[in-house]
Ligand binder design. Structure first.
Ligand SMILES: NC(=O)c1ccc[n+]([C@@H]2O[C@H](COP(=O)([O-])OP(=O)(O)OC[C@H]3O[C@@H](n4cnc5c(N)ncnc54)[C@H](OP(=O)(O)O)[C@@H]3O)[C@@H](O)[C@H]2O)c1
Length: 302
């Protein structure tokens, strides 16, 4: 593509959306949209947002992400995660745009012993996972050019996430009980955005050939695996400066000791082999990505 691409970022002020704005800042003309300019639960607004933007690329980082609340608000979760995703895909097709969309490890039930691959059969345990799976299917059905990246345990310097919750609770509590029987790969919004940028730039430059050779669904997470408890311990081991030396004791518990409205998968680990093979892109190991986010937070704290 010779002209500067028009890049529409939807959910531009969520944790991934903000990092996409940073990573794509010099990639083209950025059109940033969020709840203050479009309600994704209103199909007409979604259609006119795309029509008015005339994008070459749509990066959809918006989603209904309140996993527990979704159990009591299934209609809103479905409207945003499934219906709006399908409409975005239809409008992307009409505009001739590439749609990049994110999905989740929560499409799986966690019962597999090893990492989940793209061809494994999903079986969501909760409403959020079911709504995200319906979104994947709606995008596929629309028949345009798309990339769906399934990721897991997203955190970063902004928004609501496990890292920032731990840093807040770490200042308030002497000890914390953290679930130690759910495993996954914490994935930083920075890594996710930069990997997305590398792949989209390659696609726009024609590096990966025709859409038939690259369009589709890929798993995209940081490397390695850890439990929530292990992740919390790693955060506190690195966050001395941010907590001014006040580090809480972290006690492991099992999921049954921390009941939540939504059930969560035991094994959330996603294999990234297909992503690596197709695009030669590999996200950092989760510990390295965590170092980077902690450094970013430390830089902005002083
Ligand atoms: N967070 C995770 O652990 C995780 C794990 C796996 C996959 N993912 C996927 O990764 C993607 C990015 O997630 P994230 O963590 O960056 O989410 P996030 O921080 O919750 O951001 C989502 C964005 O979507 C916006 N949004 C929600 N409902 C909307 C509506 N009706 N109309 C317009 N905007 C709306 C939110 O606006 P408000 O802030 O105003 O609500 C927010 O800006 C999503 O597809 C998510 O499903 C996330």
């Amino acid at each position: 593509m010779s002209k500067r691409p028009r890049i529409l970022i939807v959910g531009a002020y969520g944790q991934v959306g903000r990092e996409l704005q940073r990573s794509f800042a010099d990639a083209g003309e950025i059109i940033a949209r969020d709840r203050d300019t479009v309600d994704l639960a209103a199909p007409d607004q979604v259609r006119s947002m795309v029509g008015d933007s005339a994008p070459d690329v749509i990066l959809n980082a918006a989603a209904y992400t309140a996993v527990d609340r979704a159990e009591s608000e299934p209609d809103i979760a479905m409207a945003v995660n499934a219906l709006a995703s399908g409409i975005l895909a239809e409008e992307a097709l009409r505009a001739g745009a590439l749609l990049v969309h994110y999905s989740t490890d929560y499409v799986f039930d966690g019962s597999k012993a090893g990492p989940w691959v793209e061809t494994d059969v999903p079986n969501p345990l909760n409403v959020y996972g079911a709504s995200k799976l319906a979104g994947e299917e709606a995008i596929r059905r629309a028949g345009g050019k798309y990339l769906i990246f399934r990721t897991s345990w997203v955190y970063g310097p902004h928004g609501q996430n496990f890292l920032l919750t731990m840093l807040r609770l770490g200042q308030e509590c002497e000890s914390l009980n953290i679930v130690d029987d759910q495993f996954g790969a914490p994935t930083s919004s920075i890594e996710l955005a930069d990997a997305t940028r590398a792949i989209v730039s390659g696609v726009l430059a024609g590096q990966f050939g025709a859409p038939s050779s690259w369009a589709g669904l890929y798993h995209m997470t940081c490397g390695g695996s850890v439990s929530w408890c292990g992740f919390a311990r790693a955060i506190f081991a690195r966050a001395d400066n941010l907590l001014h030396g006040k580090v809480p004791v972290v006690k492991p518990i099992v999921s049954a000791e921390y009941p939540t409205p939504a059930k969560r998968p035991r094994n959330s680990l996603l294999s990234n082999e297909m992503l690596n093979t197709r695009f030669s892109v590999q996200l950092a190991p989760w510990e390295v990505a965590l170092d980077t986010v902690i450094l970013r937070l430390a830089d902005t704290a002083y």
